[in-house]
Ligand binder design. Structure first.
Ligand code: HEM
Length: 387
């Protein structure tokens, strides 16, 4: 009989995952818990078990299914009921149709070709950071705008509209905003994307929306939904990873300039710890526990990425380790579509930032930083830095 434990508190004042994860991994079977908001779920913490959940045909990603975990108000991105194209919530085979249409735009080769554009964005944001003057908030000046501008450029959104996009996506992913505010922001973004698609139908360019329209594998409404998903999935995740990664490099300066730090930061920080929510659609045994159809499952990727059976000295930041088998991008069919983009973006962001601002330092001790420890994503609300 599984014991029900309180959902582990997030990581106040520290970069490593909640201390309780190590204890949860060591327990036989899985752990019954309640998410913030009260929803009962199974917590999955071992690397092997997390991978099993994320590849099981008896487990669904569809939030419409009975028993799908919810995080109360926190989770509700206003999806205007049902937006076609929000494929992270689709199961195979429907899900595969979207992946097939999008994969060509996110290959290593295609992303490599985007590097000059990413470099331009990063250069402009380092200029803005320097212009803001020391001390500055690295989240506001750099970590948040970089991924937003990169996605805008990928989608074909004109530069002049980037602030509109940034403001509305921020409203969507900020948990302190009201449901009405989030609904309004979602409506504005969808309206904008609909107009963008109409313009690209008439005046195609060298951008993702134009290419999707040209290939005609997805409907116009689906392309709007895909655009919204890319905006939301790729913004705060990457921003938190850049901010937390900067902290890690400032605390471990010997690794500044080593590209291997990119993968180790992804593993160590695992910012998307609570993103891959699932529900069992048939009875299934995972980690020695019988999960009944209709029960919610939470694979905690930060717990899996600190599993000492897979990563030696898992709580030590060591970019020289082989970190590739981490599950920070999830695993299985829903594994992050944007992962090669993230690697390019983060690599360019750190190389440029530390090259141009070599005296960069934290303006406050780590334990005083305003950590986000109660939301879906791990990160910091602000990162005061000096140089
Ligand atoms: C550090 C940054 C990022 C992290 C840690 C991250 C993490 C994840 C994770 C864990 C999933 C799996 C969700 C699941 O299993 O249900 C996922 C899916 C996804 N990510 Fe990312 N992500 C990041 C950045 C991005 C970027 C930059 C983009 C695109 C521009 C992106 C687009 C997507 C999409 C479209 C999916 C859904 C894939 C599918 O369902 O097939 N992500 N991401």
């Amino acid at each position: 009989m599984a014991v029900t434990i309180e959902f582990p508190r997030r990581r106040p004042g520290r970069l490593t995952p909640p201390e309780e994860y190590a204890e949860l991994r060591a327990r036989p079977g899985l752990v019954r818990s309640a998410l913030p908001g009260g929803c009962a779920v199974w917590l999955v913490t071992r690397h092997e078990d997390v991978r099993q959940v994320l590849t099981s045909p008896y487990v669904s990603s569809n939030p419409e299914r009975e028993g799908f975990p919810t995080l109360g108000e926190v989770q509700t991105v206003p999806l205007h009921e049902q937006i076609p194209g929000w494929f992270v919530g689709y199961d195979p085979p429907e899900h595969g149709r979207f992946r097939k249409a999008l994969i060509p735009e996110f290959t290593v080769r295609r992303i490599k070709a985007q590097r000059p554009k990413i470099q331009q964005v990063v250069d402009a944001r380092v200029d803005a950071l320097l212009a803001a003057g020391s001390p500055a908030d690295l989240v506001r000046e750099f970590a948040l705008p970089v991924p937003s501008l990169v996605i805008c450029s990928l989608l074909g959104v004109p530069y002049s509209d980037h602030e509109f996009f940034e403001n509305h996506t921020r409203t969507l992913v900020t948990f302190t905003t009201t449901k009405e505010e989030r609904q309004h922001a979602g409506g504005e973004l969808i309206g904008y994307l609909e107009r963008l698609v109409t313009i690209k139908q008439r005046f195609p360019g060298d951008d993702l929306v134009s290419k999707l329209l040209d290939r005609a594998e997805l409907s116009v409404q689906e392309i709007v939904g895909v655009g919204l998903l890319l905006l939301i999935a790729g913004h705060e995740t990457t921003a938190n990873n850049i901010a937390i990664g900067t902290v890690m490099l400032l605390l471990n300066r010997e690794w500044i300039g080593d590209p291997r730090a990119v993968e180790e930061i992804l593993r160590f920080a695992s910012v998307a710890d609570l993103v891959s929510l699932r529900v069992a659609v048939e009875d299934v045994e995972i980690g020695g526990e019988l999960i009944r159809a209709g029960e919610g499952i939470v694979p905690l990727v930060a717990a899996a990425n600190h599993d000492v059976d897979v990563f030696d000295h898992a709580d030590t930041f060591d970019p020289s380790r082989p970190a590739r088998q981490h599950v920070a991008f999830g695993y299985g069919v829903h594994q992050c579509l944007g992962q090669h983009l993230v690697r390019a973006e983060v690599d360019i962001a750190f190389a440029t930032l530390f090259d141009r601002v070599p005296t960069l330092d934290l303006a406050e001790p780590v334990e005083d930083l305003p950590f986000k420890y109660d939301g879906i994503l791990f990160g910091v609300h602000a990162l005061p830095v000096t140089w």
